[in-house]
Design a binder for this molecule. Structure first.
Ligand SMILES: C[S@@+](CC[C@H](N)C(=O)[O-])C[C@H]1O[C@@H](n2cnc3c(N)ncnc32)[C@H](O)[C@@H]1O
Length: 405
């Protein structure tokens, strides 16, 4: 599966990926299904959202009355601060307004507020948005936007990919409710994972197994096509170029999927009937450096195993806190409760061709390692000929005592 990583983000300005209306609608509807009053009487802040581009603003403005919102605030970031004024062109909406200021348009952010039926046509919708320039550039870290954050009940957006961790910390320090998009790999990182482990946030309802397709401005689409491998970082559907990124939703608002336990087979049943050839007739392998068994697929978690299991990061979108507890992950600094039992400092990394890569075994310390050489991937070996191979990030889980099965 493809990833738009941070470096690619810088190259292709993927901070300018815009969430599709349908994706917002699908995600938000799931929270409403769980609690129809989730947004009632609330002030929602969309802090990275210029309505001329953002479907978040459109979606919440259109549904203002249905959701029973008290106030919707959407703020945008000045192109000069983004370093992106070359491609910036104010819209007719702005230039036609008496408030238009040809200097401020590049240096100042804008704030859009919706509270009531300003045009007195009997409905509150996007037409009733009132706007003005912010005092500053609209940086979410500025005091001006912090004040809006502090006054809001719920923060919703797809923040700049490159600032995701900072953005999340910014929300958490204000103890706000949120629904945001981020790279799914961030779920395993040491700034984010502890919040998931402690049930202070979780994955939204969109499955992690899919990439998200984003709308992009024309210059970003051109750059993607020029620099990315065909199909891996973008897709063209009906002649429209979409950026493809390995994102998912993160939230601390409850939704129904989170309380739906996985339907699982016992260990014996898995070994007999699992659809995965690594399990069927094979069983579960213990890690070489953790007191836990590897479960390479979430649907192969044995329902009757009481010990610690390592599962892929995509388990998180199936995690039901009434069924399992999360104990840690293989990320450095994230597994105090499941300490690693072996280091590989006297190993070195080999390619299957028999060539050394030049890396020492330190590289695989704290990864989930299996004692094996599968003949396909790089491996680590010591002077006794002992070989291990590392797996992708694993999350350590255990069946919840007295929990649902
Ligand atoms: C990934 S885009 C998403 C836009 C919109 N939320 C959406 O999903 O359609 C991130 C947006 O954050 C804005 N941005 C970048 N850095 C920012 C900052 N420091 N403070 C506020 N907004 C920022 C960018 O201008 C960009 O429009």
């Amino acid at each position: 599966m493809s990833n738009i990583d941070l470096h690619a983000a810088k190259r292709t300005k993927n901070d300018e990926f815009y969430t599709q209306y349908e994706d917002i609608q699908k995600e938000i509807n799931a929270y409403l299904e769980y609690n129809p009053d989730v947004f009632r009487g609330k002030t929602i802040l969309l802090p990275c959202d210029d309505p001329e581009w953002s479907n978040f603003t459109k979606f919440f403005a259109q549904n203002f009355e249905r959701f029973g919102l008290k106030k919707l605030i959407s703020t945008s970031y000045a192109c000069e601060s983004k370093g992106d004024c070359d491609t910036y062109c104010p819209t007719l909406f702005e230039t036609a307004s008496p408030k238009y200021d040809k200097n401020k348009t590049k240096t100042h952010g804008k704030i859009f507020t919706l509270t009531h039926d300003t045009n007195k046509n009997g409905v509150i919708n996007i037409e009733d948005l009132e706007w003005t320039y912010l005092k500053g550039d609209g940086d979410f870290r500025s005091d001006e936007i912090k004040k809006l954050r502090d006054d809001a009940d719920i923060i919703i957006t797809n923040p700049p990919f490159s600032l995701f961790r900072e953005f999340l910390a910014w929300i958490m320090e204000a103890h706000k409710k949120f629904i945001i998009i981020g790279n799914k790999n961030s779920a395993g990182c040491k700034e984010v994972f502890p919040l998931i482990k402690d049930n202070k946030m979780w994955i939204g309802t969109m499955p992690m197994g899919f990439d998200i397709l984003f709308n992009v401005p024309e210059h970003v689409a051109t750059e993607l096509i020029k620099t990315a491998k065909s199909g891996s970082k973008y897709r063209i559907i009906d002649n429209i170029v979409y950026a493809r990124a390995s994102g998912c939703w993160f939230t601390n608002l409850d939704h129904g999927r989170r309380h739906r336990p996985l339907q699982l087979m016992t260990m014996e049943e898995n070994i007999k009937y699992s659809k995965h050839k690594e399990i069927r007739g094979q069983g579960y392998q213990k890690y070489d450096n953790y007191d836990a068994v590897d479960v390479p697929y979430s649907d192969a978690i044995p329902s009757d195993y009481d010990g610690i299991m390592g599962v892929p990061i995509t388990f998180l979108d199936k995690y039901c806190p009434e069924q399992f507890e999360i104990l840690g992950s293989t990320q450095r600094g994230c597994h105090d409760g499941v300490p690693d039992t072996r280091k590989y400092n006297d190993y070195w990394e080999m390619k299957q061709s028999g060539e050394r890569t030049g890396s020492s075994g330190n590289k695989t310390n704290e990864n989930a390692n299996l004692l094996r050489n599968d003949g396909k991937n790089n491996y680590f070996i010591n002077s006794d000929g002992r070989c291990v191979q590392s797996l992708y990030t694993r999350i350590f889980i255990r069946k919840k005592k007295g929990g649902v099965q």
